[in-house]
Ligand binder design. Sequence first.
Ligand code: THU
Length: 139
Amino acid sequence: MSETSSIAPGVDFAALTSAAREAMTRAYAPYSGYPVGAAALTEDGRTITGCNVENASYGVGLCAECALVGQLQLTGGGTLRAFTCVNADGDYITPCGRCRQLLYEFAGETLWIKTAAGITTIEGLLPEAFGPRDLENIA
Ligand code: THU
């Protein structure tokens, strides 16, 4: 089944959600018991995924989005057009604050994000963000 949206033209969020759910099954989350899967569509049409990878040193655990941006680079780089992430029930979750910043770094012209509340953009989740362009704007 494909589920394209008139809000985010050309983005099949049903396919992206399936990819995120599949990625979630690969998570390593023995400490929180909260596996997460993430999936994104790149501007050039690749689908990339990630899962969370925790650690006995709790604070160094990696969110699913960390693995996803690694996959982005490993598979050719570029920028993101759409993103979603899910929990163990397959339900949509919103990225944590740090991961919103990770996604912002690689956002294409518009980065559509599907959450339980509907479809938003990275600016909707991270208003007035600090990003790469700010580093150019110093005297
Ligand atoms: N987690 C993610 O992977 N992504 C998020 O955006 C939210 C939280 C993970 C981190 C930790 O392994 C588990 O979910 C519980 O917080």
